[in-house]
Design a protein. Structure first.
Length: 69
């Protein structure tokens, strides 16, 4: 992951992330938290000291988001 915040006044923020290779990663609390924190940072909202709260998806929730092959 990398981030950018241009020095020019009124400039936006951006981040790049190449960690989406494995769907199972979304069950990792730290993985999910860093992505959610980056989204909050881009939106210029407060990022909680403990990170954006989120619950770990269950196996059923994970399977519900997979496309059939």
């Amino acid at each position: 992951m990398w981030v950018m915040e241009p020095p020019k006044p009124g400039g936006g923020r951006g981040f790049g992330f190449t960690g989406g290779h494995f769907h199972k990663n979304w069950q990792n609390d730290d993985f999910r938290k860093v992505v959610l924190n980056a989204i909050a940072w881009i939106a210029k909202t407060d990022v909680p000291a403990e990170g954006v709260p989120t619950k770990t998806p269950t196996e059923d929730e994970m399977k519900a988001n997979l496309d059939k092959k």
